[in-house]
Design a protein around this ligand. Structure first.
Ligand code: ADP
Ligand code: ASP
Ligand code: MG
Length: 430
């Protein structure tokens, strides 16, 4: 008998029908002889709706209270799912993140898991129950307050529980058939990937492919937990994310090892904004004080560029990107320290998008960057910022250009599939 951790995202449990469908799927896994722990997200767009509601009451709600509110979303789905399973004649118990032993640091709205003590879950499944766990939430070790793990955090809950329970597999069920070479909502010719390394998946996730959360992949790599990303709407094999390539059975050759692709895919992200600090004196320590201010406000930045300074003034501009949700906080923090840092003004632009090409093949293939820029130029897309890592190139463009740019790059690198169009089974893409 094995132990399986399954995670069902919001689009899989969007309504009562969805909950009943997922309940059946969980029961099937149990009937196949497994112990089953199912992590569940809030129904449909509940989390977004709760955030909208909070903002109507207060534009910058206190982190502690926002977490209290948001965790209610997962409580609703966990309880309904347990009821639906019982209705099918099987025993199920639901648990909040705190009851499941998900211990985090004290940072509200984006807490990190620091330990998982799944004693109650273990006992529950040993007694023959199916354990249902609310994703995306935990409890702070020192403040004892309820925390959330950041948007999409149920993925991390699932992997962390799989690691703590020494599960045989962690299955992430969503509304597409796996990880594709681009977001199937944007590129209908995107191709399903059979296997992807942790490294390439980390870069895709960090670059905006929200099918898996970056922190969840980081966690999986650290504890070497293979992840199977698949659809809860179809019975198809999905995508394996692991350190070693999987072996696939084919009709012609028997077994064959899946090869690492040169280019894994194209990711895009329109959730960031750009801040430009205008008129910064070009002297040592300036960048340090700007980014210290941002770090002290607990904001993570992504790309940074500094322009050459104008010889006549000795002043320069520094631009950086950050999550739109932290935009207000960053501007407030910089304005507060304006005299200390010394700059003229701030510009805020939330109409930007980021497009990234990811693949381990880039390390050894010098033409990739040139081909990437050529594809964007041919599509008439202007580049505003550029950043690279060993296995990724990213550019910032106008937000409106993103869909066209993603499709152009996808085609230029020969990633378009010539057979089935990628299916999106549910969700609103919000
Ligand atoms: P869930 O509610 O199951 O957590 P998410 O909305 O967080 O689902 O993630 C699934 C979505 O991720 C898909 O519907 C798809 O639009 C998007 N996505 C972005 N990039 C990719 C990609 N490379 N492969 C598959 N899906 C992707
Ligand atoms: N419900 C949370 C969100 O929408 C967590 C998750 O879905 O993983 O971000
Ligand atoms: Mg998700």
């Amino acid at each position: 008998m094995g132990l399986v951790v399954q995670k069902y995202g919001g689009s899989s449990v969007a309504d009562a029908e969805g909950i009943k469908r997922v309940a059946k799927r969980i029961v099937e896994a149990k009937q196949n002889g497994n112990q089953v722990v199912a992590v569940v997200s809030a129904m449909g767009d509940t989390t977004d709706e709760l955030i909208d509601l909070a903002e109507q009451v207060s534009p910058m709600p206190a982190g502690r209270e926002l977490d209290m509110l948001l965790t209610a979303g997962e409580r609703i789905s966990m309880a309904l799912l347990a009821m639906a399973i019982k209705k099918l004649g099987h025993e199920a118990q639901s648990f909040t993140g705190s009851q499941a032993g998900v211990i985090t640091d004290r940072v509200h709205n984006k807490a990190r898991i620091i330990d998982v003590t799944p004693g109650r879950i273990k006992t529950s499944v040993d007694e023959g129950n199916i354990a249902i766990v609310a994703g995306f939430q935990g409890v702070s070790q020192d403040t004892k307050d309820i925390t959330t793990l950041g948007r999409g955090g149920s993925d991390t809950t699932a992997v962390a529980l799989a690691a703590a329970l020494d599960a045989d597999v962690c299955e992430i069920y969503t509304d597409v058939d796996g990880v594709f070479t681009a977001d199937p909502r944007v590129v209908t010719k995107a191709r399903k990937i059979d296997w992807i390394s942790f490294e390439d998946m980390l870069e895709l996730a960090a670059s905006g492919s929200k099918v898996l959360l970056h922190r969840c992949v980081e966690y999986a790599r650290r504890y070497n937990i293979p992840i199977h990303v698949r659809s809860s709407f179809s019975g198809l094999q999905g995508t394996w994310v692991s350190s070693e390539p999987i072996v696939q059975k084919t009709q012609q050759q028997g077994e064959k090892q899946v090869e690492q692709a040169l280019i894994s895919g194209v990711a895009h992200d329109t959730s960031e904004a750009k801040v430009t600090v205008v008129g910064v004196p070009d002297k040592p320590g300036e960048a340090a004080s700007i980014f210290r201010t941002i770090a002290d406000a607990e904001i993570n930045i992504d790309m940074v560029v500094q322009n050459v300074s104008a010889a006549s003034t000795g002043l320069t501009d520094i631009s950086f990107t950050l999550p739109k949700t932290d935009g207000r906080k960053a501007i407030d923090a910089l304005e507060k320290n304006k005299a200390g840092i010394g700059f003229d003004s701030l510009r805020y632009d939330d109409q930007i998008g980021k497009i990234s090409l990811v693949g381990a093949g880039m390390k050894t293939n010098p033409g990739v960057t040139a081909d990437f820029f050529k594809a964007l130029a041919d599509a008439g897309v202007n580049i505003e910022l550029i950043s690279t890592s060993e296995i990724r190139i990213s550019v910032v463009t106008r937000a409106d250009d993103v869909p066209e740019a993603v499709r152009a790059v996808h085609s230029a690198f020969g990633l378009d599939s010539d057979s089935d169009e990628a299916v999106v089974y549910g969700g609103t893409g919000r």
